[in-house]
Design a protein around this ligand. Sequence first.
Ligand SMILES: Cc1cc2nc3c(=O)[nH]c(=O)nc-3n(C[C@H](O)[C@H](O)[C@H](O)COP(=O)(O)OP(=O)(O)OC[C@H]3O[C@@H](n4cnc5c(N)ncnc54)[C@H](O)[C@@H]3O)c2cc1C
Length: 381
Amino acid sequence: MNFEISPQQKEVREEAIEIGSRLFADLPPRSDSASHFDESGWKKLCDSGFAHGFIPKDHGGRGWDTQTKAIALEAFGFACEDNGLALGFSALVCTILPPLITFGSQEQISKYLPRLLSGETIAADCITEPHAGSDAMAMESFAQRNESGYLLNGEKAYIGFAPVADLLLVYAKTDPNAGPWGLSAFLVDCPNPGIHKSDNIEKLGLRTLPMGDLTFTDCQISESARLGEEGTGLSLFNESMEWERALILASQVGVLARQLEDTVEFSKKRKQFKKPISQFQSVSNRIADMRLRLENCKLHLYRSAWLIDQGKSIAAEAAMTKLTISEAFLASSTDAMRIHGAVGYLSGSATERNLRDSVGGVLYAGTSDIQRNLIARLTGI
Ligand SMILES: Cc1cc2nc3c(=O)[nH]c(=O)nc-3n(C[C@H](O)[C@H](O)[C@H](O)COP(=O)(O)OP(=O)(O)OC[C@H]3O[C@@H](n4cnc5c(N)ncnc54)[C@H](O)[C@@H]3O)c2cc1C
């Protein structure tokens, strides 16, 4: 495994930092006191061409390897302080584009890829249901075959981008008696008279990424909307999940680096008892822990990306990467808050916002408990 960053990866990192900081500087001033989605910011991000790096060359992209993609997302997260926007972009390139490119028909790829890359189409990944969260395979959404394709019924909950989505990647049962092999995936266009979208749901953090619920009532979809063969939803789900767990939090590794820089600087400037607080060991120990977490996250992220590039299975490594980064962001955001004191607690400060934004990571893409279950199972328990 080579941890040296190549000259090409260095260029990609600089490009991602330039795009992330330019985009963040252009975003309108905001307090994120309530949830809102800035469509023009999303469009600008798509117009930058950044997403093309995540597309293979034979589909018109720049064909970055996975290590380069990880470096690019990390650098973007470092530069763009809008963590919701960074997560939304990560969701596009980690949960929507890979299954489309891997399992999509030529017709589906030609129809959706250009529109997703240009930002004309916004897509949502729809797995979770009101009664099927961690136990995703208990989902009840059902796509029943009929003469025109499938009739989809069911509910999806807590779906990122749902209120503004034009395209839904929906997982549903096609054979309720076939256990996990009765699951299929569909690309469903909006609007459709059988789809009801909730309004944007308010949440603790990541407020610039809209979230909502979806109800499907006799929603007619064509056979050509199915992604992959009928009954292959589980393989699609597992492959996408490994990818997602390995890379979706890469941008947060960048946030950990930014947060560390800010906190070091603050601790050197802030004086109490006539000295910079950085000189108190309780404070410097926290800084050391933040650095350690950052380095651990990098090792896990780069190792997972390297393993993907070697064509190896990454089930355990992906779970370890997701667990390590999400818990690190939460723990380091708490440490940053303690070091900043009351000024970090004020609404609108980066310290307060990062802490709120960090909580979601231990829940989505499988909670930390679920990652631990997976790691234990893959360790022979
Ligand atoms: C910010 C955010 C964005 C999201 N975006 C999406 C999205 O775009 N698409 C989508 O489909 N979903 C999305 N989700 C939903 C997310 O995937 C679920 O929240 C997650 O799978 C957990 O399900 P749950 O919330 O129903 O919790 P539950 O599954 O009800 O879990 C509740 C608690 O029980 C624990 N628990 C449950 N089962 C076990 C077990 N077997 N062993 C140990 N502990 C267990 C959990 O760890 C948790 O602590 C998002 C969630 C958040 C917070």
